[in-house]
Design a protein around this ligand. Structure first.
Ligand code: SAM
Length: 233
């Protein structure tokens, strides 16, 4: 979603959850994040606060960081006890430590690998010793699967930072345009390593073949997402 900053119109258009989120990702995100009651969770690029509201329902104390004031305003309009702060994740610092840092579709909006590493370093600085980082991004191979996408001229898998565009289907029937920066699996692993993390688990969520929705069914053959759970080195 790298083409345009998150203004009020774009933020509102993304309010309906994606089908993947509803039908594929949910249980894997909760598995990666772990038990939530009483835990301190911070999300980088918290958007409209969808995940933080889910985490809070399960008993977590939540903080959201986002660089877009429109997203902060939208998330804050849900009258729940979640703290939202407008800040760039790569330079965010806090006094207290967190049990979980959650990052969902933010690294793929980040135009340079140097900034990806900065965001991960700032996540590391916020985590308790036993804390965990959970990242959910589009799968790096998404442009190689039979999903409806467009790549920049001359795209090839190893072209880090290339632009890949596609549309994600939402629960309300709309499809939302996405333009991401492409990072390879190795980019993720190297960046995590240099920011001081060890990858504990990689999840490629698989949709149910029994789904009657073609969009979902297609994702039972190819993973649309990559979830990484990382711990401190
Ligand atoms: C694709 S949206 C995802 C929102 C949310 N994580 C979700 O999954 O619903 C990406 C969000 O990250 C924010 N963002 C992108 N880069 C950021 C950065 N460096 N620091 C803070 N927020 C950032 C954008 O403003 C946007 O709200």
């Amino acid at each position: 979603m790298a083409d345009k900053a998150w203004d009020a119109v774009k933020a509102r258009d993304f309010l309906s959850p994606t089908l993947s989120r509803k039908s594929i990702l949910r249980k894997h995100v909760f598995e990666a994040v772990g038990p939530l009651p009483g835990k301190r969770v911070i999300e980088f690029g918290s958007g409209n606060g969808f995940w933080l509201r889910e985490f809070q329902k399960k008993g977590a104390h939540c903080t959201g960081i986002d660089s877009s004031q429109d997203q902060i305003d939208l998330a804050s309009s849900y009258n729940v006890d979640i703290k939202y702060i407008r800040h760039d994740a790569s330079t965010y610092k806090a006094k207290g430590k967190f049990d979980v840092v959650y990052i969902d579709h933010v690294l793929s909006e980040t135009a340079s690998i140097g900034k990806v590493v900065k965001i991960l370093k700032s996540a590391r600085a916020l985590l308790k010793k036993q804390g965990r980082l959970v990242i959910n991004e589009m799968h790096p191979s998404v442009a190689h699967f039979p999903f409806d996408h467009q790549t920049e001229a001359g795209y090839f898998y190893f072209k880090s930072g290339a632009s890949v565009s596609f549309r994600v289907k939402q629960v309300n029937g709309n499809s939302f345009p996405v333009r991401d920066f492409h990072w390879t699996l190795q980019d993720f692993s190297t960046s995590l390593n240099s920011a001081g993390f060890l990858i504990e688990k990689i999840i490629e969520p698989r949709a149910s073949r029994a789904s009657r929705d073609e969009y979902v069914k297609q994702r039972s053959h190819f993973p649309s997402h990559l979830i990484i759970k990382a711990i401190l080195k």
